[in-house]
Design a binder for this molecule. Sequence first.
Ligand SMILES: [Zn+2]
Length: 293
Amino acid sequence: MDWVERVTGVRRWARGGERAPHKPLLLLYALGHFQRHGDVPIVYSAAEEHLVRLLREFGPPRTTTPAYPFHHLTSDGLWEVRTADGGASPGPRVGALRDTGAAGQLTGELVRDLRREPRLLSQLCRAILEANFEPSLHEDICVEAGLDLDSAGAPVGRERRRRSQEFREQVMVAYEYQCAFCGYDGWLGGTAVGLDAAHVRWWAFDGPDEVTNGICLCALHHKLFDKGVLGMTPARQITVSAHYIGRSAAAQGQVTALAGREVGRPQNAFPDVADHHIAWHAHEVFRSPARAA
Ligand SMILES: [Zn+2]
């Protein structure tokens, strides 16, 4: 059984570039639960609050319920759901899942292989993360899902790594090693430090490793861009989510005050970020509405 293929196949639930990481997030949560508690079933009503938080934090900026993945993941052969009296899953309705004492767990076959091959769990988690989320979010998701991954997980392919290094290099030069949001730059021993080449449309969702899909951001603004706190308009103005709260002078100066400011442009030998990638980020990642500038 190729479990890596099976768990990454789950993301095909995402249609037309829409981000639907509900099932992958539930799967990560279930793998974290397995790591800590073995194959003890996850009771829906007990896990609901935690799953809501996971979806709100890392899911798309749309209202959603964990009842959908809790039931629908059963169709992928990785997860099964039983009611308290041993019946089949009552379907994707919150009330029914709560009232019947529904509980889910990884399938027996997967549990058997996870026990047989100790490195499999980390490999699966890394594959799910890589297939669904930008790298800047991987560590936070592991913490929230209760996962402790060993470093022996599946490495990214050599081709992929080479391409992403070229991407980084091109974006850095295009933006002259400066954060396009705040202008930060910094060097240590001849190497730029604290700067990233961020994807606008996520690599996991067909975002290409091209300058038209890249932007140079400092570490803080990269993280906030991937979490949907910061975004940009087609007119290249920075947007700040109204859901973002930061009262300190530092938070206001480094984040809130950016609303409406112009995004730094690449030097003119390089193309600007493509409009359709900006639109994807605005729809799939940015937590609207934006604050008034
Ligand atoms: Zn910055």
